[in-house]
Design a protein around this ligand. Structure first.
Ligand code: ZN
Length: 119
């Protein structure tokens, strides 16, 4: 089994977000925080770095094959894009700022038995 990941091997001043597309609301956990927070992440993100290292991880052989990519721009979509946006926020602001789950409004719905009595 091979898992493939991209790694950006660059200093923060060399790593930039070139483009963000779409907005996805997510409940994310971060660090030692005990609750999830609501954050908005781009569905697609284009990052540019001075140096991009491609790492292919093979857990069964415990080997990581790496090579530098000529392309210095990477387009990520979906979960990899959310993860990259999360890490970029750490690099830029250090802390993830979201809306805590405990501030959400709880709405109690009737159980199935109570629904039958209502109808
Ligand atoms: Zn985090």
């Amino acid at each position: 089994m091979i898992s493939t990941v991209f790694t950006f091997f660059s200093r923060i001043d060399c790593l930039t977000i070139k483009k963000e597309e779409g907005v996805v609301c997510r409940l994310e956990e971060c660090g030692a925080k005990e609750e999830r927070e609501l954050v908005e992440r781009p569905y697609r993100i284009t990052l540019q770095a001075k140096m991009v290292i491609f790492a292919e991880v093979n857990p069964s052989l415990r080997k990581i094959r790496v090579r530098e990519l000529e392309n210095k721009r990477i387009l990520l979509e979906g979960i990899p894009a959310y993860g990259a946006a999360h890490e970029m926020e750490h690099l830029e602001k250090r802390e993830i700022k979201g809306i805590p789950l405990w501030t959400f409004e709880y709405i109690k719905e009737p159980t199935k038995n109570n629904q039958k009595n209502i109808q």
